[in-house]
Write a protein that binds this ligand. Structure first.
Ligand SMILES: Nc1ncnc2c1ncn2[C@@H]1O[C@H](COP(=O)(O)OP(=O)(O)OP(=O)(O)O)[C@@H](O)[C@H]1O
Length: 277
């Protein structure tokens, strides 16, 4: 049984002239890191909103732990699948950061001690100690983003869905956040699904990559399988990350070097190509 599965999912907003999602088949399993890539308007956010029942399919289905989402299980589904919105202002609204993070766990009906210990835990996991008593509306965009993530994490979902989590973060913030998300499956047994326009870190940070274009899934596979398909990438306005791009250019110039996608593999490929191993 999959944690999340969509079958031929179609969606149209009331104002849409065409389907915004068309026959989308998507699967998320335990402890996976799944990247969803695609140009603006491809339908990534719309797909994510189905995962915890914010919107419903026009046709096709969405199953969470093998069950369709119904009014009766919506609360359980939202405990199981946590969604971090693209814009943290849609999520962060309490008087202090601490209260904001506590909001979700309180809504789950947890007692005050459990809520307090969950807040402490995520504050330390995300390094938010200095922000705890600050007013969220005075935080920078990147700080707000971390608070929004902490609020969802404090509900201890089994699946964390993050809509462009790195948008608005500085390079160090992107690196830290990806490092943090990368550890979640092994550290907490959580499945991480995220959309991003930053392909550079995807080879390091995804077991499975979905590519979307105009509401359809146009590619699915490992980062290596996806980044090998030049046509697929260009149609979806995606670039090959810098390291594999450099290696490919060297190969095109006749230099004998093995293809590599992650930093570690690329380093090994360079050392081997230049006789240093
Ligand atoms: N609430 C809505 N009502 C009507 N149309 C919508 C609504 N939300 C999104 N759309 C439309 O649905 C399409 C898909 O939008 P969506 O936000 O899902 O794409 P996305 O891939 O997440 O894009 P981005 O990378 O820009 O965030 C777009 O054409 C968008 O204009």
């Amino acid at each position: 049984m999959h944690l999340i599965e969509t079958r031929d999912l179609c969606h149209a907003y009331s104002t849409s002239v065409r389907d915004v999602l068309h026959n989308v088949n998507f699967i998320a399993d335990e402890r996976q890191r799944i990247a969803v890539l695609g140009p603006n308007g491809a339908g990534k956010s719309t797909l994510f909103r189905h995962f915890n029942g914010i919107i419903q399919p026009k046709s096709g289905s969405i199953l969470v732990r093998g069950e369709p989402i119904t009014k009766a299980n919506l609360h359980e589904v939202r405990k199981f699948v946590g969604l971090v919105f693209q814009n943290p202002d849609d999520q962060v609204f309490s008087t202090t950061v601490e209260q904001d993070i506590a909001f979700g766990p309180y809504n789950l009906g947890l007692d005050a001690d459990t809520v307090a210990s969950r807040v402490d835990h995520v504050v330390s996991m995300l390094g938010l100690e200095e922000l705890r008593s600050r007013a969220p509306h005075h935080l920078s965009g990147g700080e707000k983003k971390r608070v929004a993530i902490a609020g969802v994490l404090a509900m201890e979902p089994q699946v964390m869905v993050l809509d462009e989590p790195t948008a608005g973060l500085d390079p160090q913030g992107v690196k830290e956040l990806f490092g943090f998300l990368n550890d979640l499956p092994t550290r907490c047994g959580v499945t991480v699904i995220y959309s991003t326009h930053q392909v550079e870190l995807v080879p390091e940070m995804a077991d499975v990559v979905y590519v979307m274009e105009k509401g359809e899934i146009t590619g699915v596979g490992t980062p290596e399988e996806i980044f090998l398909q030049e046509d697929l990438l260009s149609r979806a306005h995606l670039e090959l990350p810098a390291l594999p791009r450099l290696i490919k250019s060297m190969q095109d110039h006749g230099i004998a070097i093995e293809s590599a996608y992650t930093y570690r593999d690329a380093e090994a490929a360079f050392l081997k190509a230049f006789g240093k191993t």
